[in-house]
Design a protein around this ligand. Sequence first.
Ligand code: SF4
Ligand code: SF4
Length: 253
Amino acid sequence: MSRRPKLAVWKFASCDGCQLSLLDCEDELLALAGEVEIAYFLEASRATVKGPYDLSLVEGSVTTAHDAKRIERIRRASRHLVTIGACATGGGIQALKNFADVDDFVSVVYATPAYVSTLATSTPISAHVPVDFELHGCPINKGQLLEVITAFLHGRKPGIPATSVCAECKRRGTVCIMVAHGTPCLGPVTHAGCGALCPSYDRGCYGCFGPMETPNTVSLTRQLHVLGMDGRAVDRVFRTFNVRAFEEARTNG
Ligand code: SF4
Ligand code: SF4
């Protein structure tokens, strides 16, 4: 009997929401467990199997020197490594500290700052080791996660579109809330994947899937100003779960 591929799921600085998306695949989880050996997934089981692993899913960003070393070990033990979620692909909301003095934060937040050992920045996994695929979202879409796992098991490229949320609005027939109602929306520069959830409830997208490929942030910023947002408001809307990735896109845009 051929052995099942070994799947490992790793946690770095994160809220666990993306790992929960995997556990949330209730209807598909048994079928998945039949296809792969879930060898390391502490959120699901304390029982672990030694590597090497065929596919590692990595959630979370690197915020400590210890984790910077740990991800290198995980990369060496993994045939394929896929990062999942805004923290792992972009640094997460914790990357807000990249734009301030981390010691100021630590002194305000923790009662005993001396016990806190942290890097000055929060960085995506790709800043430390080569990554085979990045799956965006805060949290990720479970259908897309299953597509990525299936693709790697069959040795093909994941069928994940790199278009914007606007394309998803068009596909589901949602009238553009920015054009029709003047509601500010980050959809034009945000990576597709959620099915244009927020606009379908008359709410502007706030970019939880991070920047799409080649986002035109300059043009969108101009439109946000037309809709009445001042510079500070625009900065705030871009500085949430994907602050590092959007700031990079705005600098290069
Ligand atoms: S509502 Fe937002 S995401 Fe949808 S088409 Fe308009 S700008 Fe794009
Ligand atoms: S519309 Fe935007 S903010 Fe809402 S779930 Fe989708 S990507 Fe996230």
